[in-house]
Every structure is written in structure tokens, then in C-alpha cells.
Design a protein around this ligand. Structure first.
Ligand code: ATP
Ligand code: K
Ligand code: MG
Length: 662
């Protein structure tokens, strides 16, 4: 058994694994610590991760990257549309308003959702981990951006389920980073908590969090983010600059050509990295399009000028996180910079002036999320013993509840979990109802949410139930903002409470409006022994997402696609086996087997080997597994007798040698 942590970045994924002596980052098939977040559909099989990235330029229309941008989102969202314009693959609106990806695969039309693509990535990471650790894996913790909505969190869980993984927690990226940072650190300043700001700038987004550390525990004070600001936006600045330049200078329209766009974007990214270390950088692409070689050049200061709007936006979530943490700048001990997008010198400069101190880079910027998640997984798993350490996260959006008859607790407008409420968190609602009723979970404040997110989360039907001797019964509803940051009604029960009955008989009026004292904490959930409770059915209706039927269909599809990949891998193996057999047999026939075959046997075998070799390069280049197996069997039939004679002779010689030794 092991405990895994996954960082699913928009560009790269990282796998952390808790072992008994610490956390390791696992290497992929190419011995790399980062695995590209890419799924590519080849002619007959999928290529995922590094192999997917390798086939991206050859197959732009059937290569899906940046799926993180699309998970749990609506096709019609303006920002989604902006992204889709940049992606070479084809998409459309799904029946539920979600995104559907269209592919041609195995001579058929294939439609997939972003959740299914994420599942493929997760399954690939799972496979890498299983190969590394030589054991089946299901327990994991997956890092997620703090700005994810309820629906998006559910989408991550769906993807994990399709991939055969069991996430013990979806963990906010910055919380994972903070956990890894704090748990073994001993050199915090004395006298009060150490407050650290974490700034993570990745490929597509930036997240900022303020965490406070004390011996044995940490607490997330605030989360803020810009889900549309990351390294790729700086690439885009360069892309637009050079596309315009090339239009003028070479008369080519890069936008009209998917492959050329892809190549120019990739070159701009490289150029950007060069500019992080050098004051200027050249750009050269051979045969970009219309058989034209292109050349360009840019100075760092010009790049910074072109990026000024982006650079200004960096400070917005930083200010917000600081404000929400309730701390002043003087109370901030350190600013820790993570995520590879933060390597741009101008970004560091801005943070430096904003916080009034040089940001540190003591955390491993590309691995911290995966490591923190692995650590959390080990802490949650019963088979690992990790030092006692308390992690208290906070939720970035306010969540409220309403029922048929208005908001629960009118005083607070239905607020159940105010912004930055610690979670996981259980709340007990006490309502008085006479029959089946409905409740609704929603985000209270549109302003806290990323743009385009609607406030509705889910609705619940609670009932039916019998009301004994009274018009209204006391109903207790347990609401859980769970470890994943997903809000659910965990249970509802009818309370047969003698005390309530008596007050009712006294003619008291009952209100289901929540008064503050009706908001009990979970510890008071078990009432006095006199109370009898009966469970009531709760029917949950989530606004969007997958139905159980769709989920099982997706699981089936994934199995089928995975099986196809396995068959193709095996076919390659069998073809390779046949190929090496041909070379080996030819070699042996000339050497070790030489005196054990008759002339005609040798001739027969030779010509057969020759034929097979030619066949392999021509008609047999792309055959099915069993054809290669048969072909190999056929060859073996004529080579085996010779080999047999040779082995017999070898054995005889061996016996003679050992007899002589005696
Ligand atoms: P996200 O967190 O947004 O989902 P991710 O975790 O995959 O994405 P990272 O691996 O943290 O992203 O960062 C990738 C980004 O960092 C890319 O945009 C890449 O171009 C950029 N990057 C990497 N190295 C440098 C560098 N030396 N200078 C500037 N940018 C860099
Ligand atoms: K990453
Ligand atoms: Mg990241």
C-alpha cells in the first residue's frame, strides 16, 4: 500500500508518493519528474503524458491538452469560448450545457467530455505509480485550485472514479504546499504564529494564500486567485507580437494554420524562458508555414512592456489574500513563490515591491503541491504514521441554504458557511415541518466567485415522513462542507422529542427560521437519550454534472479504450519479438547452429527469414497481434529442429566435461 499525491497542472502533472522514510516524486516512463497533461489519439491507440506531448504537433486536432481549463464548465462561458478558440481540437455544447470534445478515432466518431480526458490523465499517472511502486494503487489526494466550484470538485471526483482512484481528499494547491512547508520546519520565529504568503503562478492560473504556522499546526487564513492569469498568458503576448510581425514581414497568417500556431506558441514559450535568464532572446523557426523560415528577436524590457497589463493584474489576488487574512504587511514573515510561471523576473519584482520584501524560493516550486498532497494522503491513511499535525483549511466562498419557505436563518440571509470558514465542517439545522420539503444550497455572494459561475449549487428533497401527534415535527438536518470542499446534506432525521411535544401542546409557535442557537455544532448532534430519531430520505439534485448512469458508461468506455491501448502495446511487442527473432536466428544460423543444419535446411530457413524481414517492412508493417504470433510460430517450426540438435550436442558436451572433471 502506498499514499499518493497528484498535482494535475494545466501543463504538467507531478506524482508524489509517501514512503516510510519520506516523500518521493515518482519518475515517468521517460524518467522525468513532470508528466505533460496531454492526451493524444493516434491512429490506433492513445498516447498520454510524455508520449502524448510528443505527438501533439503531428496530430494537433486529436491532441487534447489544458483540460483543466474545461473541467466542470459550461460551453457558453465567455472565458471558455476564448480558450476553445485557441485549442485545435473540435468541441461543441453538450446536452447539459457542458463541453463535448469531438474526435475521429479508429475510423469512428468519438465524443468525450473533459472529465473523461482528466480520467485518462489520472489513469496514466496511476499506471506510472503502480509501475514504480509495484503495487496496485487507489488511495490518493488530488491537488485542486481553491477557486473550483462545487460542480468542478465533483467533476474531479468523477474523473478519479473513472480512473479507478479513490481520492481521500481534494486538497487546495496552496494548502498542500503549506503543509509540506510547515510540517517539518523548526526555524519559525518565536513569539506568536509565523504568517507566510504563498504565491503560486502556474501555466494558466495564479493562486495566493496566507497561512499561519504554529508548532504542530497550520491554518489557512485566506485564499485568493485569478483563474485566468498564468505563464501561458505571457506566451500569448509574445505570440501575438510575433504573429503580427510575421504577417507584415513574411506575409503569413499564423492564425489560419493550426500546426503553425502550435509551433509558434511553443517557440514563444521557450523564448519567454530564455528571457527569464537573459536580457534578450532570438526566435527562429524553420518552415513555419508556406515553406517560409521565420526569424524574430525581442528584448526583455520590451517583453515586460508588452506584458504590463498582465503584470499589473498579479497584485490583485495578492492584495485580496492579504486583506482577507486580516493581517497587515508587517505581520507577514515570508513570501514563498512557487509554480514555474513565477520565474519571470518582472513577476518577482512586482511581488517584491508589493510585499516590501524579496520573495523566497525555499519550496520546490514544481513539486510542492504533489508532495504536500502525498503527505496529506499518508496522514489520512490508516497505514501510515505521520507526526501529529493539524491542518485547518478555509473555504473561499460563502455558502448559504434556503428552504421552501425562504432562507434558513433570515438574520444572515441564509448564510451557513461564511467565506473563509474552516472546513471540513458539519452544521446541524433544526427545522419544523409538516411534510416533505425542499432545500437549496447556493453561493451567497456572486462577487466572491470567478466570473461566469452561477450561484446555484444543488437542491434537496427531504421526505416523506410521518408526523406523529402534531402538525409540525422537529427535523434535524446535517449539512456537511466536506473534506473535498463539496457541500452535501449528510442526513436528515425526524426527532421524537418529548420536550418539543409538550411545548407544542402549550401552544407555542414553531418557526423553521434559523435562529443562531439553532445552528448547533456537530458535537451536540447526539441529543439526550430520551430523544428518538428516525432517518428521513434525502434526495440530492446537483445542478449539472454526471448521472450515475453516465458515470458507469464513462467507466466502460475508459476500460474499452484502455484495452485497445493494451492490445496495441502487445502488438508492438509481438512485432518486435518477431523482428528480433529474425535477426537472432540469422545470426545463429551463420555461427552456433551452422554445423547442425543441412544445406537445404539452411537455405530454407534463410529464405524464410529473408521473406519475413521484407514482409515486416511492407505488408506486415501494420498487422494484428495474432498474425505476428503465427508468423513467429511458423519460423520456429523450421528453426527448432536445428536448435534442438544444437542443444542436445551442447548437453552431451556438458556431461562429458563434468565427467572429465571428476
Ligand atoms: P497550473 O498550475 O496553472 O495548472 P502547471 O502546474 O502545469 O499549471 P507549472 O508547471 O507550475 O504549471 O508552470 C508552467 C508554466 O511555467 C509554463 O507557462 C511555463 O512556460 C512557465 N515557466 C517554466 N519555466 C519558466 C522560466 N524559466 N521562466 C518563465 N516561465 C517559465
Ligand atoms: K505542476
Ligand atoms: Mg500548478
Amino acid at each position: 500500500m502506498s499514499a499518493l499525491g497528484f498535482d494535475i497542472g494545466n501543463e504538467n502533472c507531478v506524482i508524489g508518493a509517501a514512503k516510510h522514510n519520506g516523500i518521493d516524486v515518482l519518475l515517468n516512463d521517460e524518467s522525468k519528474r513532470e508528466t505533460p497533461s496531454v492526451v493524444s489519439f493516434g491512429e490506433k491507440q492513445r498516447f498520454i503524458g510524455s508520449a502524448g506531448a510528443a505527438s501533439a504537433t503531428m496530430n494537433p486536432k486529436s491532441t487534447i491538452s489544458q483540460v483543466k481549463r474545461l473541467i466542470g464548465r459550461k460551453f457558453s462561458e465567455p472565458r471558455v469560448q476564448d480558450d476553445l478558440k485557441l485549442f485545435p481540437f473540435e468541441t461543441s455544447e453538450g446536452p447539459d450545457g457542458g463541453i463535448v470534445i469531438h474526435l475521429n478515432y479508429l475510423k469512428e466518431k468519438l465524443t468525450l467530455t473533459p472529465v473523461q480526458i482528466l480520467a485518462m490523465l489520472l489513469a496514466h499517472l496511476k499506471q506510472i505509480a503502480e509501475k514504480n511502486l509495484e503495487t496496485p494503487i487507489s488511495d490518493c489526494v488530488i491537488g485542486v485550485p481553491s477557486y473550483l466550484t462545487d460542480l468542478q470538485r465533483r467533476a474531479y471526483l468523477n474523473a478519479a472514479e473513472i480512473a479507478g482512484l479513490k481520492p481521500l481528499r481534494l486538497m487546495h494547491d496552496c494548502t498542500a504546499t503549506a503543509l509540506g512547508y510547515g510540517i517539518y520546519k523548526t526555524d519559525f520565529p518565536s513569539g506568536g504564529p509565523a504568517n507566510i504568503v504563498f504565491v503560486d503562478i502556474g501555466h494558466c492560473d495564479m493562486q495566493v494564500a496566507v497561512a499561519s504556522f504554529e508548532p504542530g499546526r497550520m491554518k489557512m487564513l485566506s485564499h485568493a486567485s485569478d483563474r485566468n492569469l498564468g505563464g501561458r498568458d505571457f506566451d500569448e503576448v509574445l505570440f501575438r507580437y510575433f504573429a503580427a510581425q510575421f504577417k507584415e514581414r513574411y506575409n503569413i497568417n499564423v492564425y489560419s494554420n493550426a500546426r503553425a500556431s502550435l509551433r509558434l506558441r511553443a517557440s514563444c514559450e521557450k523564448l519567454k524562458k530564455v528571457l527569464s535568464a537573459n536580457p534578450e532572446a532570438p526566435l527562429n523557426i524553420e518552415c513555419l508555414m508556406e515553406e517560409k523560415d521565420v526569424k524574430g528577436f525581442i528584448k526583455r524590457e520590451d517583453f515586460e512592456k508588452l506584458s504590463s497589463e498582465l503584470l499589473e493584474r498579479i497584485s490583485i489576488p495578492c492584495r485580496k489574500a492579504l486583506l482577507d487574512s486580516g493581517l497587515t504587511l508587517e505581520k507577514i514573515h515570508t513570501v514563498e513563490l512557487v509554480g514555474s510561471g513565477s520565474r519571470i523576473p518582472a513577476v518577482v519584482k512586482i511581488l517584491n515591491s508589493l510585499f516590501g520584501k524579496e520573495p523566497s524560493r525555499t519550496v520546490n516550486a514544481s513539486e510542492c503541491v504533489a508532495r504536500g498532497c502525498a503527505l496529506q494522503c499518508a496522514m489520512l491513511s490508516p497505514i501510515f504514521r505521520v507526526r501529529e499535525y493539524e491542518v485547518q483549511d478555509s473555504f473561499p466562498f460563502s455558502i448559504g441554504f434556503a428552504s421552501d419557505e425562504g432562507p434558513i436563518c433570515t438574520v444572515t440571509n441564509g448564510m451557513l458557511f461564511p467565506k473563509l470558514h474552516p472546513f471540513p465542517s458539519l452544521k446541524m439545522l433544526t427545522l419544523h415541518r409538516s411534510g416533505t420539503f425542499h432545500m437549496e444550497a447556493f453561493y451567497i455572494n456572486q462577487n466572491e466567485l470567478p466570473s461566469d459561475v452561477s450561484i446555484g449549487i444543488s437542491s434537496f428533497t427531504i421526505g416523506p415522513f410521518e408526523v406523529p401527534h402534531a402538525e409540525k415535527a422537529k427535523i434535524k438536518v446535517r449539512v456537511n462542507l466536506n473534506l473535498h470542499g463539496i457541500v452535501t446534506i449528510e442526513s436528515a432525521s425526524l426527532m421524537e422529542d418529548s420536550l418539543d411535544d409538550s411545548t407544542m401542546k402549550n401552544g407555542d409557535t414553531f418557526s423553521d427560521k434559523m435562529e443562531p442557537n439553532n445552528l448547533e455544532s456537530s458535537s451536540k448532534a447526539n441529543g439526550p437519550a430520551a430523544v428518538r430519531r428516525h432517518d428521513i430520505t434525502v434526495d440530492e439534485n446537483i445542478y449539472g454534472g454526471m448521472t450515475p448512469h453516465e458515470l458507469s458508461q464513462a467507466q466502460e468506455k475508459e476500460l474499452q479504450l484502455a484495452q485497445q491501448d493494451i492490445v496495441m502495446e502487445r502488438t508492438k511487442d509481438k512485432k518486435n519479438a518477431l523482428e528480433s527473432y529474425v535477426y537472432e536466428a540469422r545470426n545463429k544460423l551463420l555461427n552456433t547452429y551452422r554445423s547442425f543444419a543441412t544445406d537445404s535446411e539452411r537455405e530454407g530457413i534463410s529464405s524464410n527469414l529473408q521473406q519475413t524481414e521484407e514482409w515486416l517492412y511492407e505488408d506486415g508493417d501494420d498487422e494484428s497481434e495474432c498474425v505476428y504470433i503465427e508468423r513467429l510460430e511458423d519460423l520456429k517450426k523450421i528453426v527448432d529442429p536445428v536448435e534442438h540438435r544444437y542443444k542436445e550436442e551442447e548437453a552431451r558436451a556438458q556431461t562429458t566435461r563434468s565427467l572429465l572433471k571428476c
